[in-house]
Design a protein around this ligand. Structure first.
Ligand code: ADP
Ligand code: MG
Length: 696
């Protein structure tokens, strides 16, 4: 029954079936598992006066004023109020004249949506709404309305109808259930769980459903997490069936270690030993090295690269931004060239004859270590014998890109080892599940002598005082960053460069303003739209102490290392996520001087923004911050799943369902051991076509 194609549903012709198929919806079972992302609660009405930013709810009021205007694009604003002394603006960007005429002062309107701070108090952009007649008795919803992920080309009403039709044909538990009864103790059967989440019964615990903690949801989350865990473990087994070069000679790596001006921290030494043990085996390594910003991952990577070189092979180090890649290049050249190792550089901006020369060195094996950006993965880059692909700040790359680099090392059935480094610590819960296919090492110690960064949050109105503070700090010989962030979202569809342009403009304006206010300081500017050579020159000048205050965009977010800089100001900090704030703040506190970070924000703060800033004030611990980030944003965002193509769950939520994970591990062990064919069916049911994205 589950395998029945969707064309068997009334009204679902080949055209619609094709659109559903584009979303991976091929069979009745796929529709059963097309679970609601959330619910809309129309069972009650919230008084407008009690609305808070971020609330998603239903309101009812009378129209107070209607305004039709044009700012960049047409806009319709309808202010409504109820007798709770609140006013709310309904704002529309797409509307027809007939719609405008519906709204007259005094008209009763019922609307549903998410309240956000707007120019005139709270507003809901594009609410779903209904105009009510003067004496109309409009009842409230009796249960929650499921909201399904959109399918392009199919309206929500048709989609709901198809799902309902599919649910009408759901078979009994004897056909549907894959988990043995002992494994789902205390939770409902799959059939019951599916029917409950798709069609919440009137007497269901609605609060639990809205929170995602209803036993029906727990049951589905358990099965989904189990399927993902099984799928990742299968991939790991498949990967380890390949061969890889054994890199067993540590002499060069140890020589580097001897030549460093500092001893490795205990954590660095331990992680290097873990890498060394992996790389000595003829089985492809896939290891994630996590370490907070400043924990010294680069030198560990360099030592690993030398294991490849000592075996007569090549290593590549790829970084997500040019600025970071350049810095790695400078570090690696400084460390490795004295040992007689040849380090080559490749970025998109290397063109023409220079590029041809580098490609030749890579292809001949003359270049033993290659550092660069995405350019390393491009066609035409052929390695003589790549044995180790190192990817820095992996959350910025997709899985595909990482694999593209690894596959440059495929030769005669063997593949390159992979080392992935990230400063965005992955909370333990995530590492256990989303990364079940890779091994994880943690550098959980900072080099000695670092002092934690003192962090304060300041309303933007206190900027003048801040300017004085910078003046005083720089007079003492300290250096500072002033980070400008995106102040306006680019228009939709404006293209990838738009955000960078807007950021660059903001930085330019700030640069000019600060140059006037702090005329006695040497102020520099760096943003993503500058030429690589210009950026490099400014950074070098800053590092050499020739610039006191560096106005920058978030291009400096990753990796930039200037130990003497001890003050950082981040503008519009409320707009940034925790991971990004932590990364940025990691640019200071690298030397022995006491450092501080000022988070400038534009009030009023949303609840989440307030929590983020508080977290930043309270702790410097990247792992704690990551845990909090996971709670606030959810795992999809934390892992950058949209970019990485890693598992996106239908229902499970790694933060909310974290307590299920130990059980998931145990169940996975048991199934693989006792019922591997059930394991396969679970993977096919839940993950199905998605595995091809995560193939690692
Ligand atoms: P991250 O882990 O953020 O990539 P880096 O590798 O950039 O950190 O290292 C940060 C700084 O610490 C660099 O200047 C590096 O040379 C220095 N460093 C690395 N390891 C040590 C150590 N064991 N002792 C002292 N300084 C170190
Ligand atoms: Mg780094």
């Amino acid at each position: 029954m589950g395998d029945t194609p969707l064309t068997s549903l009334p009204g679902c012709g080949p055209k619609l079936a094709e659109k559903l198929a584009a979303r991976g919806l091929l069979t009745l079972q796929d529709l059963w598992l097309q679970l609601p992302r959330q619910y809309e609660d129309r069972t009650r009405i919230t008084p407008i006066g009690l609305l808070r930013p971020g609330d998603t709810t239903q309101v009812e009021g009378r129209v107070q004023a209607v305004q039709r205007g044009f700012r960049y694009r047409p806009v319709l604003k309808v202010a409504i109020a109820d007798d709770s002394h609140g006013t709310l603006v309904l704002r529309f960007f797409h509307f027809r004249s007939a719609q405008v005429n519906q709204f007259r002062v005094g008209t009763r309107v019922r609307a549903y949506g998410t309240a956000r701070p707007g120019q005139n108090g709270l507003e809901i952009v594009h609410p779903s709404y209904r105009v009510l007649g003067e004496d109309e008795e409009e009842g409230l919803g009796e249960s929650l309305d499921p909201v399904y992920p959109a399918v392009e080309g199919i309206g929500p009403v048709s989609l709901r109808r198809f799902i309902a039709e599919a649910l009408d044909r759901i078979p009994g538990d004897d056909e549907l259930e894959l988990l043995p009864a002992t494994m789902r103790e205390g939770l409902p059967s799959l059939r019951e769980a599916l029917l409950t989440v798709h069609r919440p019964p009137r007497d269901a615990d609605l609060a639990a459903l809205l929170a995602g903690t209803h036993p029906a949801q727990r049951r589905l989350a358990l099965e989904e997490l189990l399927a993902h865990n099984l799928s990742l473990r299968r991939q790991r087994i498949a990967r380890r069936a390949h061969a890889a070069p054994a890199l067993a000679d540590p002499s060069l790596a140890l020589a580097l270690r001897e030549s460093l001006p500092f001893p490795l921290t205990g954590a660095q030494a331990r992680v290097f030993d873990e890498l060394r043990a992996d790389l000595a085996c003829p089985v492809p390594m896939l290891r994630l090295v996590q370490g907070d910003v400043g924990s010294g991952k680069t030198v560990v990577a360099a030592m690993a690269a030398l294991l490849a070189v000592a075996a007569g092979r090549q290593a590549a180090l790829m970084a997500p931004t040019e600025l970071l890649a350049e810095q790695h290049m400078a570090n690696l050249a400084g460390w490795l060239e004295p040992l007689g190792v040849r380090v080559a550089w490749l970025a998109g901006k290397v063109t023409g004859r220079a590029r041809a020369a580098v490609l030749e060195q890579i292809a001949s094996g003359q270049a033993q270590v290659v550092v660069g950006t995405h350019a390393l993965m491009q066609e035409g880059v052929e390695f003589a014998s790549l044995a180790l692909a190192i990817v820095d700040e992996q959350h910025r790359f997709g899985v595909h890109q990482r694999l593209a680099l690894r596959d440059k090392g495929v030769a005669g059935g063997a593949v390159a080892h992979q080392l992935v480094m990230t400063a965005t610590p992955i909370p333990r819960t995530l590492a256990m599940s989303a990364y079940a296919d890779l091994d994880v090492s943690v550098i959980d110690e900072l080099p000695p002598g670092r002092t934690p960064v003192r962090t304060v949050a300041l309303a933007a109105s206190r900027r003048p005082q801040l300017v004085e503070r910078i003046r005083a700090a720089c007079a003492e010989g300290r250096q500072a960053y002033w980070v400008c962030t995106l102040i306006d979202e680019p228009e939709e569809g404006a293209g990838a460069g738009a955000a960078m342009r807007i950021e660059a403009e903001a930085a330019q304006t700030t640069f000019e303003r600060l140059s006037e206010q702090l005329a006695e300081l040497r102020i520099g500017l760096v943003h993503g739209r500058m030429k690589a050579a210009e950026k490099q020159a400014v950074m070098a000048e800053f590092k050499a102490g020739g610039i006191d205050l560096l106005v920058a965009t978030t291009v400096i977010e990753v990796g930039v290392d200037v130990p003497n800089a001890s003050l950082m100001i981040i503008e519009n900090a409320e707009r940034l996520g925790l991971a990004q704030l932590h990364q940025l703040r990691g640019r200071v506190g690298r030397g022995s001087a006491e450092s501080s970070c000022v988070l400038l924000y534009q009030p009023p703060l949303s609840q989440t923004a307030r929590l983020r800033l508080e977290t930043m004030r309270e702790t410097n611990d990247g792992f704690l911050i990551a845990e909090r980030d996971l709670e606030l944003r959810g795992p999809g965002e934390v892992l950058g799943i949209r970019q990485t193509g890693l598992a996106e769950f239908r229902l499970a939520d790694l933060a909310r369902d974290a307590d299920l994970l130990p059980r998931v591990q145990a169940l996975a062990d048991e199934l693989l051991e006792r019922a591997p064919e059930t394991a396969d069916r679970l993977v096919a049911r839940w993950v199905g076509g998605a595995t091809r994205f995560a193939a690692a």
